[in-house]
Design a protein around this ligand. Structure first.
Ligand code: SF4
Length: 60
């Protein structure tokens, strides 16, 4: 299982990750935060690939 991690220094708060995996990512104070240990619906790779600033990584 993989846990997504957001680099808040890179995140520009576009909201794409929250749109794609709303149970994992929540926008707060203009940044995305990971709120669960793992997605359950997918491996979040699409979300990782969709982040415009490559702020999301996956931890093994
Ligand atoms: S997709 Fe990337 S830049 Fe956009 S809110 Fe999520 S982590 Fe931040």
């Amino acid at each position: 299982m993989t846990k997504p991690i957001v680099n808040e220094d890179l995140c520009i708060g576009c909201g794409t990750c929250e749109s794609l995996c709303p149970n994992v990512f929540k926008m707060e104070n203009g940044k995305s935060h990971v709120v669960v240990e793992e997605c359950g619906d997918c491996d979040c790779q699409e979300t990782v690939d969709s982040c415009p600033v490559s702020a999301i990584s996956l931890e093994a």
